[in-house]
Design a protein around this ligand. Structure first.
Ligand SMILES: [Zn+2]
Length: 142
């Protein structure tokens, strides 16, 4: 590993802000970004967009934004108890990537989301369908 000079670091930062073609954390280029226009890629991730950095595992901005929106919806739900909100919020991390907890998270999500009220549930499903892993999607949207 060689250290990056400050000049190329600045250039890197500008490039990332301008187009988000690389991971903000480890600077690894995002795989497959060439296939889509940069602006639409930022506005909403196409199906082909990776959810996480293949190098360091950090969620990309569009994934992180979906998670943040989902957490906000959960925290504003009037029908869920505080502990249910916490469980639901935590299960999101296992929904977006395939882990050994994905199946449990998807089943929990299904259970709690139905208690959250129709509007919240619909909004949450819309977000989750974009960010959930294939395993989670099979359980949530059979
Ligand atoms: Zn990375």
């Amino acid at each position: 590993m060689s250290s990056i000079g400050s000049r190329s670091r600045v250039r890197n930062a500008i490039r990332i802000i301008a187009t988000i073609t690389a991971c903000a954390v480890c600077q690894q280029p995002i795989r497959g970004y060439h296939h889509v226009a940069n602006t639409s890629f930022i506005a909403s991730a196409p199906d082909s967009a990776p959810k996480f950095c293949h190098n360091c595992g950090e969620p990309y901005p569009w994934t992180a934004r979906g998670l943040t929106a989902a957490r906000e919806l959960i925290s504003e739900s009037e029908n869920l108890k505080p502990e249910e909100k916490e469980i639901l919020s935590k299960s999101l991390d296992d929904l977006v990537r395939d882990t050994h907890g994905t199946q449990v998270a998807a089943i929990r999500f299904k259970k709690f989301v139905s208690k959250a009220g129709k509007e919240t549930a619909d909004a949450l499903r819309k977000i989750i369908v974009d960010v959930a892993s294939e395993t989670a999607k099979k359980i949530l949207f059979p």
